[in-house]
Write a protein that binds this ligand. Sequence first.
Ligand SMILES: Cc1cc2nc3c(=O)[nH]c(=O)nc-3n(C[C@H](O)[C@H](O)[C@H](O)COP(=O)(O)OP(=O)(O)OC[C@H]3O[C@@H](n4cnc5c(N)ncnc54)[C@H](O)[C@@H]3O)c2cc1C
Length: 530
Amino acid sequence: MGEILSDFNELKPKTSEQILNMDSIHKLLKEKGIESKQRHTWSNTTKTQKVQPLEYVKPRSLNDLVDIVKIAELYNYKVRCLGSSLSFSDVAITNDILLSTHGINKTLPLERELIKETVDRETLYRVECGIRICDLNKILEKEGLALPNMGGYTAQTIVGVTSTSTHGTGITLPPLSDLIEAMEVVGENGQVYRIESSEGISDPEKYQKEHPEIKLIQNDDWFNSVRVSMGSTGLVYSVVLRVMKSYFLSETRSYAKWEDAKDLMREGTVFKENRHFEVIVNPYKVFGNYYCIIYTMNIVENPKRTHVIRGWRRILPEIMASIPFAHAILIFFLNLLPKMTPTFLNSALKALIDTNYINKSYKVLDLGAANKISAYSAEIGFPMNNETYIKAADKIIEMAELNRKNGNVFQTSPFAMRFVKASECYLSMTYGYDTCMIEMPLVNGTQGGLEILERYENAMYEFSGRPHWGQVNHVSGNHGFIKKMYPMYEKWQKIFNEFNQKGTFVNKFTDRCGFSLQGPFEKPEEKGNT
Ligand SMILES: Cc1cc2nc3c(=O)[nH]c(=O)nc-3n(C[C@H](O)[C@H](O)[C@H](O)COP(=O)(O)OP(=O)(O)OC[C@H]3O[C@@H](n4cnc5c(N)ncnc54)[C@H](O)[C@@H]3O)c2cc1C
């Protein structure tokens, strides 16, 4: 590891002309053997964000990350990592130095000998930041292991999902960020940190002896801040995850009236009896009622057989998703005949009905065909107490109906209610309490789509809503808004300040949230092993 902290002087430009030369950064990157393009046009997958950064860089190692930070700081440029560019919001963008992390995607040795003997090492797994969830699932499977939970999609990178606190559903299962037990992060000046909880998994003495150049921090404030920090507290090189032995899931999808689904949720047994529980709701009344699909998924021990596809009813959406231009045809049809949207959505719901689909956990948790439809969404988290989340869902239905009556604008997809265990990460949407996350997707090209989502978001604050950082949101730092939403915000801000004494990891997103405009910076406490 010693060679990663390469001599800073080595990188300094030799003459003042070089300092003024726009190409200096490019040249320095080349000298270090780091692949880079100047003014490459980047956009996220849904084309809701677009930038032409000074450098679009493809690092391949921890050394590369260290060098990139040092080179950027020579010219006071900002640095930001991309995962798989799937976030709809501005969390992953910068005009300065934008990093694709797809080349940093290997599994890493756990270094068992440095882990405390009291810690269960069998289900700890260490990977580089840019490994995609779909690739990780296959690697884990070969080792008889699996992720305890995941979102409905698998193309994201592991640190892409943990940084925005991406979640699945299951009230005993927290977001993916909470699977992290340790992380290695490159901060300002190229300093590498290993960050763990106060009770961290590493034996501090053994770890520091083996890695004197890395600063081990075992401190809850650092750990709970950096795990969910939307790319703003350094470049995450690797994470150690707590996974589990591989398992099978059985999934059932049943069609129900929304009123009946609400009664089930109020009564509460569904949350206790099912490892995963989800409700997908058509916000429009058809045939005199509102309808929904109820998903349940549970572990099955040693199933006699597994299914290849999710039953014959799923064939229609699978075929739809595989037809080129199916999405364009769909949105053309919905925009041409918007009044057909409610019945179309109901048919789509019915196409999801299925019983007892059994397969490996990650195959069942992946939504499959639905992910192939080009769409964007807003998603908001609500506390589970006092039925707040049910009131919020009813408000969405009321607003969808109003939009239909007043503006002839339609929500082009059902909304989903997923249930997530409280997170320990200070800026996770599920911090502090079990949360119902309500996602409102719209097919790309929906008339008035972004306006619909903004209206929902504004109305949802009345229900203590916390918007998903990676999805469409307009959260701002004005009037202590974020501070009111997140009780541990001030502690998070101190850690952000520590990582941004030169402002290396700020961007437009941190500006709009007011994170990068704080100061004078106050040093966070460094209790524990530092
Ligand atoms: C089809 C689809 C399905 C989705 N399903 C779900 C779901 O089921 N549940 C859910 O909660 N969300 C879901 N999302 C949202 C998505 O999971 C998040 O927006 C996620 O953060 C995207 O991951 P990514 O790998 O694309 O990262 P990006 O969007 O590229 O980046 C996300 C953040 O991570 C940071 N980052 C990435 N790598 C690093 C690194 N190495 N170091 C520091 N920072 C880093 C970026 O700077 C950025 O702030 C879905 C989105 C889509 C498009």
